[in-house]
Design a protein around this ligand. Sequence first.
Ligand code: C2O
Ligand code: CU
Length: 458
Amino acid sequence: MTSRRNFLKACIATPLLAATPRLTLANTRTPWTLTASKTTQRLVPGDEYQEASVWTFNQTVPGPELRLKKGEILSVDFLNQLDEGSSIHWHGIRNINAMDGVSGLTQPEVKPDGQFRYQFPLNDSGTYWYHSHAKTWSQVARGLYGALIVEDESDPAVDHDLVLMIDDWLLANDGTIDEASFGSLHDWAHGGRLGNWLTVNGESLPTIEVAKKSRIRLRLINVANARIFRLNIPASAYLIAEDGYSVPVRKSQDVVLGPAQRADFIVDLDDKDLTIAETFNSEKPYPAVVLKVVEPNQSLVTKEVLKQPQPEAPPLSIDVSIPLHMQGGAMGNLSEATYKDQLRPIRELAQTYKKAWAFNGAITEHHDRLAKISIGQTVSIEVWNDTRWNHAMHLHGHHFWIQREDGTVLDGKRDTYLFQRGEKANLIFIADNPGLWLFHCHMLEHHAAGMGAVIEIS
Ligand code: C2O
Ligand code: CU
């Protein structure tokens, strides 16, 4: 097995790995409590390393796995025991706007010692996650995230349903969080704050026991601030969903996940252990998690043939087009942009305001509007990633189709799409959810440095 240290070197200024005790809350009607607070957690095994100071929901990274059924109401009391404001966003949920959890947009931030009740119906099944939505580039990087799983009656029967939250941490040599790198303008204008230590469920190379010959559902979630992962599953594996949304079932052993993206696989094990590796960031496959087979030597479910979903095609006509020219970043073409009602040179934007990216020549704030849309219209955000960087563009409150430049439409809908440098694609959605919705890059430093805007639907 590759030594953990080698990975560190392979991804300079990049990651290590790990797994946390998983707490699945009982399915009750009374509100659950998620408390944000600080604690320590061992990210790097070995006595020569320290525990890291992490920010958590309920004292673990990741926070408790919330697992409900489609149609149920999620009710969570959020208590903030941090010493700065925070809030919880339910990523990928087509939520009621007031429950979307965006500090300073859909609610005021929850102050230290404050609380807020989130309550909303779960109308879509699939793999989602929750995370802080205040100073995300710091709070999510420090561990404020967890999984939100919505089960559906028609889900394929499996022996094990496993959530794997993949993260990269930027650690100092002693295993603690590298504090000095937070807020580095260099990172914000480049690829973001990339870690050097990979964890799965908050542990480095965790081992999860599963039954021999069992059928497993794997729910992969990229919770890193900025890093793209490719996961390799060397087994009989079928991709069934992306971003929680059913896609045509296909045999596949690999998936690329940009920040915030998810992929669900059904895997039929034989009687050997299975190592899932990360293959995007280092030359050799980097082991991320081991599924260790144990008795019983059989699957307890019928391995039914996986059903193909009925693909839903986008509407043929577009009511509103929103051109979106993404600019800026290192080696970019942005010389000036409008910010706070004034055209300002990039040097001033960077040095005075820590802004490095713009949409359509402007850097906007929560009170600005990228577009105002009437409810029910079909909208196409015509994105041109005119930068030298990848961007994981996420729309709140809606799921969108992706139309590539050649006109083809990808299967299924997403809430986050990873743009390659130079790529053009249209994100098409039906504006059926009223409110103020953020559209931003989920490379969280890019968002902080200007890559975000608000769409108003009423
Ligand atoms: Cu997952 Cu605006 O975020
Ligand atoms: Cu970006």
